[in-house]
Ligand binder design. Structure first.
Ligand SMILES: Cc1ncc(COP(=O)(O)O)c(C=O)c1O
Length: 384
């Protein structure tokens, strides 16, 4: 497909709307030549912590490192097990592997696509040290039950908030609920940098202090190294960009929510006929729609994506293969059938274009194209 007219995410429109501010900020960093751990990172960390309603935030180089450094700071490592879900981006599991621990998977809830809390206890063994609930697609995972289970079993909770900046669980911001949380600022995220970036947020001084050491070669002072660390710093240019964008994030999230409502409205007839299902916001959740994911019959899913792509609409799948069926995770020993809910979902899901600047008539047009697809299908193929 050539560049779609309606891509899944259109970062050009967003840049056009904030170009003057962004260009000025980037040029300010260039003029200062302070590229590493300067005032932009420091200020961004304070502002992002306030945004998440937590005490402390530490900028790192990606969401993946945010997760692995969070686990390391909690002391999770070789021989330990960490519970998470199979329907997530590979980085959630990879971060667990990077610290030497083993990912233990628990299936997801069919409505929220997040970890099924009623099954978490099945995954707990004597080696389980932490749970990573993923707030997938921007919908907060069920945190009260997760935190209670963690407390009962003396385990830590690391929120994977990489897709949910600004999401709320029972009125509280994601990132402020577990022991420590990871965010990604990959460009397409709700808060995206112009390159890679991430942050760890926590209320615990000791954990934030460890992350600060780990992200910068274990060094509390230049050329003094207390532990063996990493080079995982958020850079000044990215922090400067993020500071500009953070000021718009609440408004952008509201626009995403409006767009989600419009999609649900325009697709309602197809939902009523059982041809499409739209995302369900849990009653505890303020969903921030990083992605707008619908479901259709698995026999029609790929054809519908082709139909949309052929018409310049950037529909995709997040994610086509669950973690346990990825080649990289064969060694965990799971098989087809291990996680039936995730396995069914990945065959049925489609992410439709979603970004704040998407316009009402564009959403209406996408819905029309989906309707046209079902109209041209022989009735026998219009299955529930
Ligand atoms: C759920 C989830 N976890 C972790 C990550 C990793 O973030 P990054 O790409 O910044 O390393 C991402 C983002 O891609 C993600 O969506």
């Amino acid at each position: 497909m050539d560049r779609p007219t309606l891509p899944l995410v259109d970062l050009r429109r967003q840049y056009a709307s904030i170009k003057t501010e962004i260009d000025e900020k980037i040029s300010g960093v260039l003029k200062s030549t302070a590229f590493i751990l300067g005032s932009e990172v420091k200020e961004f960390e304070k502002e992002f912590a306030a945004f998440c309603s937590v005490g402390l935030s530490v900028g790192v180089n990606s969401g993946t490192d945010a997760l692995s450094l969070a686990l390391l700071a909690l002391g999770v490592g070789e021989g330990d097990e960490v519970i998470t879900s199979p329907n997530t981006f590979i980085a959630t599991a990879a971060a667990i592997s990077h610290v030497g621990a083993r990912p233990v998977l628990v299936d997801v809830d069919p409505e929220s696509y997040n970890i099924d809390v009623s099954q978490i206890e099945k995954g707990i063994t004597g080696k389980t040290r932490a749970i990573i609930p993923v707030h997938l697609y921007g919908q907060p995972s069920e945190m009260d039950a997760t935190l209670q289970i963690a407390k009962n079993h003396n385990m830590k909770v690391v929120e994977d908030a990489c897709q949910a900046h600004g999401g709320e669980y029972r009125g509280r911001r994601v990132g402020s609920l577990g022991d420590i949380s990871a965010f990604s600022f990959y460009p397409g995220k709700n808060l995206g940098a112009y390159g890679d970036g991430g942050a760890v947020v926590t209320d615990k001084n000791e954990l934030a202090g460890r992350i600060r050491l780990l992200r910068d070669h274990g060094s509390p002072k230049k050329y003094y190294h207390d532990v063996i660390g990493y080079n995982s710093r958020l850079d000044e240019i990215q922090a400067a960009v993020l500071r500009v964008k953070l000021r718009y994030l609440n408004v952008w999230n509201e626009k995403r929510r409006r767009n989600a409502r419009l999609y649900s409205e325009y697709l309602k007839d197809l939902v009523d006929k059982g041809l499409v299902s739209t995302p369900k916001e849990k009653n505890w959740a303020k969903h921030v729609y990083h992605l707008f994911v619908i479901q259709v019959d698995e026999r029609l899913r790929d054809k519908l994506i082709e139909h949309l792509n052929a018409r310049g609409i950037g529909a995709q799948i997040h994610y086509p293969i669950p973690i346990h069926l990825q080649k990289a995770y064969k060694h965990l020993g799971y098989t087809e059938g291990s996680f039936p809910v995730s396995e069914r979902l990945v065959k049925r899901i489609i992410s439709l274009p979603m970004f704040p600047e998407l316009e009402q008539q564009e959403i209406e047009h996408i819905a029309q194209e989906i309707r046209a697809f079902f109209k041209q299908m022989p009735p026998s193929q219009n299955h529930r």
